[in-house]
Ligand binder design. Sequence first.
Ligand SMILES: [Zn+2]
Length: 355
Amino acid sequence: MNKFFNALLLLITLAEYAQRSEAAVCDRITCRLPRCHCPTSRPPAGFRPKDTPQMVLVTFDDSVNFNNIRYYEELFPKNNPLRNPNNCTIGGTFYTSNIGVGNTVYHHIRKLWDEGHEIASHSISHRSPPSWWDQATYNDYVEEIVGEKDMISNQARLPPEEIRGMRTPFLQIGGDSQFKMLYDNNFTYDSSMLTGKYSAEQIHNTPPIWPYTLDTPPENYLCDITPGNCPRRPYPGLWEIPLNRMYGVDGKACGMADSCRTTTEEDTFNYLLLNFLNDYYNNRRAPYGVYVHATWFNRKNRFTLGGLKKFMRYINRMPDVYMVTSYQVIQWMRQPTRLADIKNFQPWKSRRQQC
Ligand SMILES: [Zn+2]
């Protein structure tokens, strides 16, 4: 009897396990572009890395105000000499919160938009403690994220449908409350989930992950700072642009580029370049993200700003590197285009980018 009971228990456990692992595995046969894409470290559409453009995302979080706009103007000057190889100006993405290190001044947002950058939502209040965002309800997320989208659209006079993405404050994702809010309100993507090993020695086995859709709820390693808060339900066609961890000179991981410590301009440049080259030469071409806050530039001698500028100038000389916005990455994912044809890829030649 006991044996029978044990065997039954084992069967039930196996069945449960099968069910759970079934839920966690993205089906590569049915999940096809342009609507669906499984998490992977390989380029889409079977492209070889050498045929794949290397996309670089430069993004800035929090409010855009009288204090920090000068940094942005310095990074992206009028008549910017930094142009992508298709001869259009480079673009960044601003995850904007209304409050958070000063209030956002929306005419600066309008100006950034007019110059070809993308604006996304990073909440109205950016409130503390960070754990508030873990526990926030669906209605809290609507109020904060859709609310900020409305504010951007009304006050900077942007077409509301052009605000397509979000990032959670402190990267504290809010499970199904957050992702259902995005899905119900026709957002295109989230970019809040951190992934990657915690130390540089381990990274050879875990190359960076390409953007993917949430048709299948992500496995815990894809949202590992608060795995309990990974979305558990599917959101077909909603994209995730993951934040692949970076590594400081001490080998320790940091979530966003500005949380690894650097001490000089040269040091900052080397750190950004080494992380970039590490991804570039691992030969997978996943988009490389430099995710920072303007507060990073408030250092003595502003050496971090100098380091970032130098890095952007350096990679701008590479014929296969494109500094594009978050939504432009999604546009490419939906319609993968080889390096040989990329100069004619229309979504990367918006009128605002003065091609
Ligand atoms: Zn923030």
